[in-house]
Ligand binder design. Structure first.
Ligand SMILES: Nc1ncnc2c1ncn2[C@@H]1O[C@H](COP(=O)(O)OP(=O)(O)O)[C@@H](O)[C@H]1O
Ligand SMILES: [Mg+2]
Length: 378
């Protein structure tokens, strides 16, 4: 597969055909110093590092090339292409701030043969998984509101370019030392104009929208919005994932247990997947649409329970609306009353980011708690 990629640098531009093999088209990775292992990517390790000349801190995401003739993994090509598209417009700097910046592409060579491609990103000190699971880090309501708004704004921008992310979860949301939130991991993202079929095998199970589980042959931006609903639940309850099934059946049942079994009649888009819907709901006695969201969010909430206000529940209910046609959009969600009621949300520059832990990511958090990677299936 041939992908044309234009990397603009200060004084030169490099035109790269992926995949090589061939001459050394990309700079050697040794222009960077690798520092610490900060993430376990699907195709290799993610390292923190520094540009040797400028001392700029970066994250280096390795993509192992097993056989140069086979080309690159599709997810890697997707990630590069989507970020290229989203980073294109110079006039939208403020909007692009919410998306991780791809700064460079470099290569490790064995002789003249490329062996590992590295995507070089701006370095972010935290991911949301690390921030939420590190005891020494005390997040306030102001932090949580700001992160939620920044996430929704970044998603609104992404959706305005007709791009679906399709893998939003806490480990894929980065936060800089200055409190700026950035969506990362664009390997499952794609452009979508509302036409045609999309693959259903997307979004990590715990964050997967019901229409995906039920096998809808058409889905859209709502799948990302659902994931944000799950993430907000996780942020404000602070007791791990909202729905943590171990397969699609237990996952959809966890959703129905909390939010109620939807009434098929009020759900126009259920029609194409009604067979699967019936299978999933067959054994269930109750057919009440009652939601237990409020009591669930307040019960065993390990944050200040007053943070779980009526308006937060209202917002979550709209993000976790079962029917994707009725689900709120990212653009409407970030102007929801919850963010305006006191304390009003603030931009990153107003956040106190002076935490006792300078940097933490999912990889270190999981290693520390020695927990399994259940539910992180792609
Ligand atoms: N720019 C970055 N700055 C800091 N950490 C990062 C950066 N990019 C990725 N990471 C860390 O590496 C992990 C894996 O990277 P990701 O892009 O999500 O790869 P994968 O597609 O394999 O999940 C992330 O969860 C995050 O903790
Ligand atoms: Mg990831």
């Amino acid at each position: 597969m041939l992908v044309k990629w234009l990397v603009k640098k200060d004084s030169f531009s490099l035109h790269l055909n992926l995949p090589p093999p061939g001459p050394r088209l990309l700079p050697d990775v040794d222009i960077y110093t690798k520092q610490a292992h900060i993430g376990q990517g699907q195709y290799g390790i993610v390292w923190s590092g520094k540009h040797k000349k400028t001392q700029r801190k970066v994250a280096l995401k390795a993509v192992q090339i097993r056989n140069p003739n086979e080309g690159y993994p599709l997810t890697c090509i997707r990630e590069i292409n989507v970020l290229k598209k989203l980073q294109k417009n110079k006039g939208e700097a403020r909007n692009r701030q919410g998306l991780v910046k791809l700064e460079d592409l470099v290569m490790k060579y064995e002789g003249n043969t490329p062996s590992t491609l590295f995507l070089v990103f701006e370095f972010c000190s935290y991911d949301l998984y690390g921030l939420l699971t590190t005891r020494e880090i005390q997040l306030t309501l102001t932090h949580l509101k700001s992160f939620a708004v920044q996430l929704l704004k970044a998603l609104h921008f992404t959706h305005s370019k007709n791009i679906l992310h399709r893998d939003l979860k806490t480990a894929n949301i980065l936060v800089t030392s200055k409190g700026v939130l950035k969506i990362a991991d664009w390997g499952l993202a794609r452009e979508w104009n509302g036409k045609g079929r999309l693959t259903l095998n997307v979004v990590t199970l715990w964050y997967r929208a019901p229409e995906l589980i039920l096998g809808a042959n058409k889905y859209g931006k709502g799948v990302d919005v659902w994931s944000v609903g799950c993430i907000l639940g996780e942020m404000f309850r602070n007791r791990g994932s909202l729905f943590s099934g171990h397969d699609e059946t237990t996952q959809i049942n966890a959703i129905f247990d909390l939010l109620g079994v939807p009434d098929e009649n009020g759900w126009a888009s259920v029609e194409p997947f009604s067979k699967k819907f019936k299978e999933f709901t067959m054994g269930r006695m109750e057919r009440s649409p009652a939601s237990k969201l409020q009591s669930f969010m307040k019960g065993q909430c390990s944050r200040n329970v007053t943070w779980v206000s009526d308006s937060l529940i209202d917002l979550m209910q709209r993000l976790l609306e079962m029917d994707p046609d009725k689900r709120i959009t990212a653009g409407d969600a970030f102007i929801h009353e919850f963010f305006i009621e006191s304390p009003r949300w603030v931009p990153p520059e107003k956040l106190n980011m002076d935490f006792r832990v300078e940097s933490v990511h999912e990889y270190a958090s999981r290693n520390r708690s020695n927990s399994t990677k259940a539910g992180t299936k792609k």
